[in-house]
Design a protein around this ligand. Structure first.
Ligand SMILES: Cc1cc2nc3c(=O)[nH]c(=O)nc-3n(C[C@H](O)[C@H](O)[C@H](O)COP(=O)(O)OP(=O)(O)OC[C@H]3O[C@@H](n4cnc5c(N)ncnc54)[C@H](O)[C@@H]3O)c2cc1C
Length: 473
């Protein structure tokens, strides 16, 4: 046991279960401190909703760390290098888990060299992923761009690995304070009060994440194949923010799913979604330029439209298409949006309004509690048709038919758009078709109490196809 102190560098791993770096620190050092570096400028007006999640996570995780006798110290920094330089003087060892984003991985490489040169002890561990992305390639060692062959290769690689035994944390270590000043947890909170309603929907703790996952696997996974597309029912697991911030390790999710006896359609579909998460992480690391632009370069010529009025209406859930507006309002209210709605609202932005997918990506980044670079960028490029294995641009979701198919009774729309709560189901996805008499009957005036459609579906579809034909040439 080493008597020099260890720092567990807390990043996106607010968990005590399957936390490689924390476990290593606690088992190999007498003194351990957890340090969270809050890089304010990464969040300011970019990831506002996530400030709330991180704030709550810090509070909850502190309670868990206290039980282990580990201090949680927070610092607001813009340069990591100074940090290592300053604190290494006390012979501190540093441990952290990888984050699978190009910036983080190249930082690891750079800092590793620096720490080696300075003779500072450190170790970087596997992060929240099933396979290291470099483990999964085609036979000729090139990366996959299509999901099915990717997953057909990746899943057996993971299954062949012996399940890594959980290395429990040491019950208690000796408390130590490393930083000379510590930021207060409250300082992480956004200034705007918008986030306050999130607490009605979420409890950002490891315990809650595991509870959600266990309940889902026990009760709902069997029907996941059918229910995952119906936003009006609780058909999905809702563990995405817990995975993004690392309250749950994807290996734990996998292990819990493995216990399902009936590995039928629901189970298969669910583990495939965990596979899409792996695929997105592989894509952004093999093709880091997709974080800044189209993966398929022909889309660089696409005639996107700049229209701030349309963009604002989309963000505010006021496009006049109920299924689109319900999704956008769910996002703003809860910090989460159902996957089917991410596809419908995304498609509406890039195809009906022809606004650049990066505008949508930016808005989701700011509002989603589960935002992560890989899934968000890959999701948006999939919708826009410019990504890997993407939905072809010419396949344009009809927001009326999508509503009628996936929200038959209109329950989801009525939940998020109270103005429409009295509208009968035949009009719920096309309220503008109610004549004046019917509108009076249901005490609503379309165009006043709820907007008329921002664009006409058929016309917008034609225009989108025309625009697309320009880049096909
Ligand atoms: C435009 C767009 C943007 C998206 N942005 C994000 C994002 O920022 N963060 C994020 O975690 N997911 C994102 N997704 C993927 C997906 O919508 C969410 O992961 C899912 O809705 C989360 O809800 P859940 O946990 O109930 O999912 P479940 O259906 O229960 O699935 C379980 C887990 O599998 C993973 N998963 C599910 N669907 C996908 C998918 N299509 N791609 C990759 N992983 C998936 C997630 O980690 C999810 O938590 C995006 C999808 C689209 C179309």
């Amino acid at each position: 046991m080493k008597s020099n102190p260890a720092v567990f560098w807390l990043r996106q791993d607010f968990r005590t279960l399957r936390n490689n770096a924390l476990s290593y620190a606690s088992n190999n050092h007498d003194y351990v401190s957890a340090i969270y570096i809050f890089k304010k400028k990464d969040f300011e007006k970019k990831r506002e909703a996530q400030k709330w999640w991180i704030h709550e996570s810090l509070k909850n995780f502190k309670t868990e760390l206290d039980k282990l006798n580990i201090n949680l110290e927070i610092i607001n920094l813009d340069s990591y290098q100074n940090f290592f330089e300053k604190y290494s003087k006390n012979h501190v060892s540093f441990y952290w888990n990888k984050i699978y984003e190009p910036n983080f991985l190249s930082f690891d490489e750079k800092i590793s060299k620096y720490l080696q040169e300075k003779n500072i002890n450190f170790k970087i561990f596997k992060g929240n992923i099933l396979n290291e992305y470099k483990e999964v390639t085609k036979k000729d060692n090139t990366p996959f761009k299509v999901f099915t062959p990717f997953w057909n290769t990746a899943e057996p690689i993971y299954l062949k690995k012996e399940f890594r035994k959980e290395i429990p944390l040491k019950k208690t270590v000796k408390k130590i304070k490393i930083l000379d000043t510590s930021y207060k947890i409250e300082d992480v909170l956004p200034k705007e009060k918008w986030f306050q309603k999130f607490k009605n929907y979420w409890d950002p703790s490891e315990k809650k994440g595991l509870e959600l996952l266990n309940n889902f696997v026990k009760i709902r996974i069997k029907d996941y194949g059918e229910n995952r597309d119906i936003p009006g029912v609780e058909g999905t697991s809702k563990i995405s923010p817990y995975l993004s911030h690392g309250q749950i390790s994807v290996e734990t999710a996998w292990e819990i799913c493995e216990k399902v006896k009936n590995k039928s359609r629901g189970y298969r579909k669910y583990v495939n979604e965990l596979g899409w998460r792996e695929f997105s992480h592989s894509l952004i690391n093999y093709f880091p330029n997709m974080l800044k632009g189209n993966l398929r370069k022909e889309f660089d010529k696409f005639p996107w439209v700049k229209n701030s009025k349309h963009l604002k209406a989309w963000k505010s859930g006021l496009t006049g298409y109920p299924i689109v507006d319900a999704g956008m309002r769910e996002l703003y209210e809860t910090g989460w949006m159902h996957n089917r709605l991410r596809m419908i609202t995304g498609s509406f932005l890039v195809k009906h309004l022809r606004i650049h997918w990066m505008e949508g990506e930016k808005h989701f980044r700011n509002c989603l509690l589960d935002f992560n670079e890989a899934n968000n960028v890959a999701g948006w490029q999939w919708i826009a048709g410019c990504g890997a294995d993407a939905a072809p641009y010419f396949r344009i979701f009809n927001p009326i038919l999508q509503g009628e198919k996936f929200d038959k009774e209109g329950n989801y729309v009525k939940k998020w758009i109270p103005e429409l709560k009295n509208i009968p189901k035949e009009f719920i996805h096309k309220p503008w078709e109610m004549n004046d008499k019917v509108q009076i009957n249901f005490k609503i005036k379309i165009g006043k109490d709820y907007p008329s459609p921002l664009v006409d579906h058929s016309k917008a579809r034609q225009e989108a196809l025309q625009a697309f034909s320009k880049i096909k040439k």
